[in-house]
Ligand binder design. Structure first.
Ligand SMILES: NC(=O)c1ccc[n+]([C@@H]2O[C@H](COP(=O)([O-])OP(=O)(O)OC[C@H]3O[C@@H](n4cnc5c(N)ncnc54)[C@H](O)[C@@H]3O)[C@@H](O)[C@H]2O)c1
Length: 363
């Protein structure tokens, strides 16, 4: 694919102005790499509200309306419900716009292939936004693993408790598409949030050769089920094993500025361990990153561990990339397909009673 970096500010549009817009927008604020020129959402209320952030931007109720306006656009920030990702991305690519798409890429491999083929055909970048790779405690964790100071890695575990109390307001229509998505078999914890967990696993330890899963279901209100309790185990090609357990504590209050997920990553090596104590929520009031070696715990007290900063930095990485074309996209669309494969392998394993599934065996 040919890509010529922009030698001027990128002209950008937001497509979808819902809940996560509040964090994605942070990359665009006070950023000389970009100029926000358009906002798109069918909701007039959201167009009016978000329009106040960008007084110079034009607003539109659909991608088609923006394209027909003749306004010049270089790149779009696609923040649509998952079921609309493929259609929205195809329209944007057909209009000649580079795309930064919120994860998950899409729900199945055929859809992913169509999107990647379209990006290649139009010679445009399709990036899948993964903010966790920019969360400073996780970046420190990767640095410690790669430095070898923990010794050879023996294994690691991820924990998540999803709670129902605390955090920011999530609009009813956002929950509605998440529940519809869950009805189609891709739940909010394993698929939507799980994307981040599988991403960090691939980023930390490389390709995965086998996944085993036991995906549960708990009805939280009549007709609405959440995909927990769930346990997913995997083995990387380098032999390191990871496990992620998801527990639901629906009545537990969790202090959070965002979603109420209490999350941990703990990596154990032959000499010690390193642990990220929280991410989205503010569960443990301990330093967000700690390293244990030779009987001593090193605690990091001054990291930028506000989850929102990871959106800012992931978005800035993309916008800088459009200006200089340097380094990996984190993730490009092919990397994202590997994440999707791990998620789909977990579903396949669970459906088949927890047997081992090689993500590369899925077609
Ligand atoms: N990285 C993360 O941690 C994270 C967190 C939350 C959500 N997300 C992802 O971000 C995406 C959006 O999630 P959200 O929670 O903001 O959803 P949301 O429902 O709050 O927002 C989606 C917006 O898209 C608008 N929309 C619907 N159809 C449209 C169309 N055809 N054209 C333009 N706009 C349209 C809706 O009106 C709504 O304002 C999803 O892919 C979700 O998985 C990622």
């Amino acid at each position: 694919m040919n890509f010529t970096p922009f030698d001027r500010r990128v002209r950008a549009a937001f497509i979808g102005l819902g809940r996560i817009y509040d964090l994605n927008r942070l990359a665009y604020v006070d950023n000389d790499d970009v100029e926000v020129v358009a906002l798109v959402d069918p909701s007039e209320t959201r167009r009016l509200e978000r329009g106040r952030d960008w007084p110079g931007a034009a607003t539109f109720s659909s991608i088609d309306e923006l394209a027909s306006s003749g306004l010049a656009i270089d790149a779009v920030e696609v923040l649509l419900p998952i079921a609309l990702h493929e259609q929205g991305v195809m329209e944007c690519l057909a209009n000649g716009w580079h795309v930064n798409l919120q994860k998950p890429l899409t729900s199945d491999l055929a859809s992913a292939s169509r999107m990647i083929d379209a990006a290649n055909e139009h010679d445009l970048q399709l990036r899948v936004m993964e903010n966790y790779l920019f969360y400073e405690p996780l970046v420190r964790l990767k640095h410690v693993i790669d430095s070898g100071e923990l010794g050879p890695i023996s294994g690691y575990h991820l924990k998540m408790v999803a709670s129902g109390r605390g955090g920011w307001e999530v609009p009813g229509d956002t929950y509605q598409w998440q529940f519809d998505q869950a009805q189609r078999g891709k739940g909010i914890l394993v698929f939507d949030d799980g994307w981040h967990k599988f991403s960090t696993a691939l980023w930390l330890f490389g390709p995965i050769r086998e996944v085993r899963a036991w995906i549960g279901s708990t009805e939280v209100i009549p007709g609405i089920a959440i995909d927990a309790p769930t346990t997913i185990v995997w083995e990387h090609e380098n032999g390191v094993r990871g496990v992620w357990d998801i527990t639901l504590a629906i009545d537990m209050y969790l202090r959070s500025d965002y979603y109420t997920n209490d999350e941990r990553w703990e990596v154990t090596g032959q000499r010690g361990f390193a642990r990220v104590n929280r991410c989205t929520g503010r569960g443990l009031q301990q330093p967000s990153f700690e390293v244990y070696l030779d009987g001593e715990m090193l605690s990091h007290h001054a990291l930028d561990d506000d989850w929102a900063s990871s959106f800012r930095d992931s978005g800035r990485h993309w916008l800088r990339w459009l200006r200089d074309g340097k380094g990996p996209l984190w993730w490009d669309a092919l990397d994202a397909v590997e994440v999707l494969r791990v998620a789909l392998a977990a579903y396949e394993s669970s459906e088949r009673g927890g047997v081992g599934v090689d993500p590369n065996s899925l077609h």
